[in-house]
Design a protein around this ligand. Structure first.
Ligand code: NAD
Length: 490
């Protein structure tokens, strides 16, 4: 590895880990884990503290590196959605891990008395973590915090699309951790493929559904337990009972946070036709208020790469060619200079109506500031439309009727849900976060984080006195009576 590069000025490439280095690191961590397979609370607390210290010490550098990787990332977004989230995960883990380590209280059924049943919670071993570029700090460190609090060793591979941040993180982790506890490896897709083929004791992947499928297969080859945190199209349902102004504000915020490059961003809106014109006007006004101009506006994050920008332009062109209508806010200057904005990889909120399922924008995850509006006259029609697609990572509902709210929550299947807001469910440490079906498998955050990276070992401690000897062959009248009694008893 070539170390000591300045991560904020770094142009290309960041340090690269070789495949043989990967194997060496894994062996080192496996050996260290074998030496101490169930680290005590003071050790784990020390690790959590060290992550906190590295976040505090390197916060400014991380903010700068992420901004440089994106082209521009609003510093406030990094401080709110990345640094604060990581700090909150550390605080939550510090508060609860000692209690969780005791394992759940377990009753022993009478039939097994005077034996005793117990559950021992233990670390799995070495955890491999793969993270994406869109929230590079949060999605690398929150799973790492989870794995460390559960007593595991951690090898982390951040995204190659944020090389400055990945290098900054690698240097920071190296400063605060021995490589046999927590290490960051960096490299391109080839290294990522080698990484996900390693025989980890748990593999935790955050990224696209397409890559997630490959990672799942690689993990199953070696029967490595795997968590897949994937993406997809997260719908917003809105009905007549909704507060239209609040809905417009919160949908626009969720859509334009990180310029739409958020796994739980509202992907499309589904609502009754009669409300559409009013909603479009409100969305446009709100977007205009949040971002009065787009040109060099420091509050607006840019699209991460030319490839992604082109992909978004093509989604709009494809929808227009197939009959969609485009609506954009109107700036004071009259109209956006889309070409000039494209040179900065900036794009205004782009609302699309008259969309059909044949359009690419309704088939793939958008991951940008485009907002198609689909019409559905009833809650059932909206739910049926959503149920025809893949199971979403998040589902949002705006409305004020408690019966409809409960029906939506109970009848729809999605990884997570929020009512009268978007994206905030991710920030609540007390609830699990994860997808279902095409949006992922497994979950983390709070208690779910600890459980994901722990093995629950069921243990039975037998007593000298036990009736089981009467159940053993040769079977006589007494064993037959006892078996038939037990069958009635249980
Ligand atoms: P991606 O799948 O392209 O890459 C994610 C990671 O996988 C990167 O570290 C990359 O190096 C690695 N990778 C790439 N090809 C690989 C391969 N063949 N084998 C193994 N690893 C490989 O995703 P992305 O573009 O970085 O992120 C955007 C996607 O992630 C979106 O779909 C988004 O919805 C999803 N996402 C999900 C969550 C969540 O929590 N569920 C959070 C953020 C992003």
């Amino acid at each position: 590895m070539n170390a000591h590069l300045d991560p904020t000025t770094l142009t290309e490439p960041a340090s690269q880990t070789s495949v043989s280095e990967l194997r060496g690191l894994l062996e080192r961590q496996q050996a260290a884990f074998a030496e101490d397979p169930n680290p005590d609370w003071p050790t784990r607390k020390g690790w959590l503290k060290a992550v906190g210290t590295l976040v505090d010490r390197h916060a400014d550098r991380f903010v700068e590196a992420i901004a440089a990787d994106f082209g521009h990332r609003a510093h406030q977004e990094t401080r709110l959605a990345e640094l604060m989230t990581a700090r909150s995960a550390i605080t939550h883990a510090k508060r609860h891990t000692k209690g969780w380590m005791k394992g759940p209280r377990t009753a022993t059924p009478l039939t097994f008395w005077p034996g005793k049943a117990r559950v021992i919670t233990q670390p799995k071993g070495v955890a491999g973590i793969v993270s994406p570029w869109n929230y590079p700090l949060q999605l690398a460190l929150v799973p790492a915090i989870a794995a460390l609090s559960a007593g595991n060793r951690v090898m982390l591979k951040p995204s190659e699309l944020t090389p400055r941040f990945s290098e900054a993180l690698r240097v920071a982790v190296e400063e605060h951790f021995d490589a046999d506890v927590f290490t960051v490896v960096t490299g391109e897709v080839e290294l990522a493929t080698a990484f996900t083929s390693l025989p980890f004791d748990h593999l935790f992947f955050t990224g696209s559904t397409a890559v997630g499928k490959k990672v799942g297969v690689a993990a199953m080859e070696k029967l490595v337990p795997v968590t897949l945190e994937l993406g997809g199209k997260s719908p917003v349902i809105l009905d007549e009972t909704a507060d239209m102004e609040l809905a417009a504000q919160r949908i626009t915020y969720g859509k334009l946070l990180n310029c739409g490059q958020t796994c739980v961003a509202p992907d499309y809106l589904i609502m009754p036709e009669t409300l559409v014109t009013d909603m479009i006007a409100r969305l446009k006004t709100v977007a205009q208020t949040y971002f009065p101009s787009l040109d060099d506006n420091p509050d607006l994050t840019t699209i991460v790469s030319d490839r992604h920008f082109k992909r978004l332009q093509e989604l709009v062109a494809d929808a227009e060619a197939k009959g969609a209508t485009v609506h954009r806010p109107t700036p004071q200057t009259g109209e956006y200079d889309l070409d000039a904005l494209a040179a900065q990889r900036r794009m205004p909120l782009t609302i699309l109506t008259n969309v059909t399922p044949e359009m690419a924008v309704m088939q793939e995850e958008i991951f940008g500031p485009l907002l198609p509006i689909v019409t559905a006259e009833t809650t059932d029609a909206a739910l049926n439309f959503i149920a025809k697609g893949e199971r979403p990572l998040a589902l949002y509902w705006f409305g004020n009727d408690a019966v409809t709210r409960e029906r939506i929550l109970n009848q729809s299947i999605s990884g997570t849900a929020a009512i009268n807001d978007t994206t905030l469910q991710v920030a609540v440490d007390e609830i699990p976060f994860g997808g279902i079906g095409a949006s992922g498998m497994g979950a983390y955050h709070g208690r779910a984080s600890f459980d994901t990276f722990s093995h629950q070992k069921g243990v039975f401690i037998q007593s000298k006195l036990s009736a089981t000897k009467w159940l053993m062959p040769p079977y006589r009248r007494r064993s037959n009576w006892l078996i038939s009694f037990l069958n009635r008893w249980v």
